[in-house]
Design a protein around this ligand. Structure first.
Ligand SMILES: Cc1cc2nc3c(=O)[nH]c(=O)nc-3n(C[C@H](O)[C@H](O)[C@H](O)COP(=O)(O)OP(=O)(O)OC[C@H]3O[C@@H](n4cnc5c(N)ncnc54)[C@H](O)[C@@H]3O)c2cc1C
Length: 421
């Protein structure tokens, strides 16, 4: 137990907030989670992700040369990176920063910064899942990138060179080795890269819910309410205003995912947080699928087996929060799945299908925001994880608990500070 127990309020009980609560409880703090949504439920990004706990996801979304695809992004609403026309004016400043993050020197810097946070992600989840009694949700299976052929892989040589430079172990698989590992895979794919580190969570919503249950069992409170602002006494942060009244606090952790921007501003930090909308197609009791979680590079989607079926998703749609989902994007995943795994039926029984859309909390440089607020060291930011919030959720929570305790953090958090823009 830490020497100085504090009243800590965590705003948001997705995977980042729930993980943070567990680490804070270990230090003996009095923790209150505030979230209007059901723990692990469909409203949170932490429910519908693909479950990768990958230490190799160190590359930003923006890569050298991506800007050349911008016209296509605007033309094709079903493309892997799509922008809704109506949202373009609001997105423009974010987009300029996003494209700047794709310069080679920036990409190298971002990869170096994310490596330790993601390397700690898997072991930290193993520890928290054990504490929460759900170790069976975490699997050490590695991950695979599948290519049509070696030439296609070689066209991606930059990202693989950066992964290698940052200590990621890669195993190249030729056609025979790939066939043995993935017998259901379409034979059009003849090359893959396998990474044995990291793992997979077979029910991400279940994991977030289990962390919240474990936090409550250790004495945390859960207030089903929306945080609206902060209560100050001079420069002292004394509480959180919610739609269910005011909650007193000594410290606050802002972990409201994609919805953190307005509260961050109230803490003195104008962060360029936006959302990359993502979709998944889920198919219960699938007849075919991957043995290893895989990214199929030509389709730019991730496919994995979850506890009850197959989940395929990924891709990015810039469209803000208000626009209705474009379910055609999720249905496109079905067509990809049927092509990639020919053993899936041609006629899919739609009663076994579930479509989902969620809001990734996204910074232009694909790095999270973790660190003290500008206005006060009583408030800590913990959001903006984009595509890696599950993988880095547990290690982010540990870093936040270290900041609250005044301990040195295991990895350098300076690249993630809210004031970097
Ligand atoms: C299709 C898709 C696939 C993905 N695949 C992966 C993957 O394989 N691996 C990976 O690591 N990541 C993946 N991600 C990203 C990952 O899901 C997110 O980065 C992560 O879930 C973010 O977690 P979070 O806790 O920050 O946010 P969330 O899970 O969204 O939780 C934020 C919570 O804050 C609450 N909240 C919001 N506003 C307030 C308020 N004012 N007051 C109180 N509470 C509030 C919300 O209700 C919500 O419950 C994927 C995302 C998508 C969309």
């Amino acid at each position: 137990m830490g020497s100085n127990p504090l009243r800590v309020v965590v705003i948001g009980a997705g995977i980042v907030g729930a993980s943070t609560a567990l680490w804070l409880l270990r230090d003996g703090h009095q923790v209150t989670l505030i979230d209007p949504a059901d723990p692990g439920g469909e409203a949170m990004a932490s429910y519908g992700n693909i479950g990768w706990l990958s230490d190799h996801s160190i590359l930003p979304v923006s890569l050298p040369g991506l800007w050349k695809q911008a016209p296509k992004m605007l033309r094709d609403p079903l493309g892997p990176l799509a922008i809704r026309w109506g949202y373009l004016p609001a997105l423009a400043p974010w987009l300029i920063r996003f494209l700047r993050a794709g310069r080679l020197a920036e990409v190298e810097r971002i990869a170096r910064a994310l490596t330790p946070l993601l390397a700690a992600g898997y072991p930290d989840h193993v520890e928290l899942a054990r504490e929460a009694g759900v170790s069976y949700l975490i699997h050490r299976v590695g991950g695979m990138y599948v290519y049509r052929d070696r030439a296609a892989y070689e066209r991606d040589s930059l990202v693989w060179r950066i992964r290698r430079d940052n200590g990621i172990r890669l195993l190249e698989l030729d056609q025979d080795e790939l066939r043995q590992r993935e017998p259901d895979l379409n034979r059009d794919y003849s090359f893959a890269v396998y990474m044995d580190q990291g793992g997979h969570c077979s029910d991400p919503g279940g994991l977030a819910a289990a962390y919240v249950r474990a936090a409550l069992a250790s004495g945390a409170q859960l207030l089903p309410a929306r945080a609206r602002g902060f209560v100050w006494s001079g420069e002292d942060l004394t509480g959180i205003e919610t739609d269910a009244g005011t909650v007193g606090c000594d410290r606050v952790v802002l972990a409201a995912g994609a919805h953190s921007k307005a509260l961050a501003r109230a803490l003195g930090d104008a962060v360029p947080l936006d959302t990359e909308r993502g979709y998944h197609w889920f198919y219960k009791d699938a007849e075919a699928g991957p043995r290893t979680p895989m990214i199929v590079t030509d389709a730019k989607c991730a496919i994995t087996r979850m506890d009850w079926g197959l989940r395929i998703g990924g891709t990015v749609e810039f469209g803000g929060f208000a626009a209705p989902p474009n379910w055609e994007r999720a249905r496109l995943m079905q067509r990809h799945a049927q092509r990639i795994f020919p053993g899936l039926p041609r006629e899919i029984d739609q009663s076994r299908v579930k479509l989902w859309m969620g809001f990734r909390p996204s910074m232009p440089d694909s790095m999270p925001v973790i660190g003290f607020s500008r206005r006060t060291r009583q408030a800590i930011h913990a959001y903006g994880h984009g595509h890696i919030g599950l993988a880095a959720g547990a290690s982010t929570g540990r870093a936040v608990a270290d900041l609250v305790a005044g301990r040195p953090t295991a990895c350098d958090l300076s690249p993630f500070r809210a004031q970097r823009y």
